[in-house]
Design a protein around this ligand. Structure first.
Ligand code: FPP
Length: 247
């Protein structure tokens, strides 16, 4: 239990350092209300605020959100454009508050594919929040786990060919250092909303030993209390990392 009165009450136990979230169910949320899909994404942005607040209150160090996958580029142009303008909107609107709260934003993925205005807004929020000490927020955009690994393997192969790396240098640390998440601990907890039980090409390397929490809640309805519930469930898990006990 933490002494900070502003914080959520947690059971005794470790708070996960790094929480990753697959935010799913925006489309279904909208459909159930007879609304267009982009209305679900807009409401999903509010849930992003809830998740950030939940992570901050729990004392999580790193929050990683799957905001747009490489596969999402294949959605209808109108939806892609709605998601890009939402991203721009989020970056512009949240910048001040995130900075004030000590949240450092990073954007990870194949950023060259993001359109001019959204890219500029994203660059600004990254710059404005640099150095935030309370929470690191990774927005995974134009991100795919296999693509990330391929990119790492190509970089490593190039360095091998140039003689910058030797075969014996290629180990787990080497691969890890070529990922977008280089230098960060792997997620301790993965949350997936909307009841789906898939990884959907998300952080395939980093999730090897991550505890998974799924909830039927659709992403736009996700609250800081749902976040706290996931953390409490995590605290009851026995993490063994393939061994007999966590050690
Ligand atoms: C999955 O729901 C969600 C997405 C593809 C996009 C996630 C985006 C947001 C939460 C809003 C913006 C985020 C930021 C950081 C500004 P889905 O559309 O696949 O839902 P469905 O499976 O019900 O169709």
């Amino acid at each position: 239990m933490t002494d900070d009165p502003g914080r959520e009450p947690y059971a005794e136990g470790k708070v996960p350092r790094h929480v990753a979230i697959i935010m799913d169910g925006n489309g279904r949320w909208a459909r159930r209300r007879g609304l267009p899909r982009h209305a679900g994404h807009r409401q999903g942005m509010k849930a992003v605020r809830e998740a950030v607040e939940g992570a901050r209150l729990a004392g999580v160090e790193i929050l990683t959100l799957f905001a747009f996958s490489t596969e999402n580029w294949q959605r209808p142009a109108i939806e892609v454009s709605a998601l890009m303008s939402l991203l721009k909107h989020y970056a512009e609107q949240e910048q001040k508050e995130l900075r004030a709260k000590g949240v450092e934003v990073r954007v990870l993925g194949e950023l060259d594919r993001i359109d001019g205005a959204a890219r500029a807004a994203v660059d600004r929020i990254v710059q404005a929040t640099a150095g935030g000490q309370h929470l690191r927020l990774n927005l995974m955009i134009s991100y795919g786990g296999r693509e990330e690994l391929l990119r790492a393997f190509r970089d490593i192969a190039e360095k091998l060919a140039e003689g910058v790396l030797k075969l014996e240098d290629v180990n787990e640390e080497c691969v890890e250092s070529h990922l977008f998440t280089s230098g960060l601990p792997d997620p301790d907890l993965l949350i997936r909303t909307s009841g789906e039980l898939r990884l959907s090409n998300f952080m395939l390397w980093q999730l090897a030993y991550t505890e998974i929490h799924t909830t039927a809640v659709l992403w736009p309805d996700f609250t800081r209390d749902d976040f706290a519930g996931a953390v409490r469930e995590y605290q009851r898990r026995d993490r063994r990392f393939g061994r007999v006990n966590a050690g």
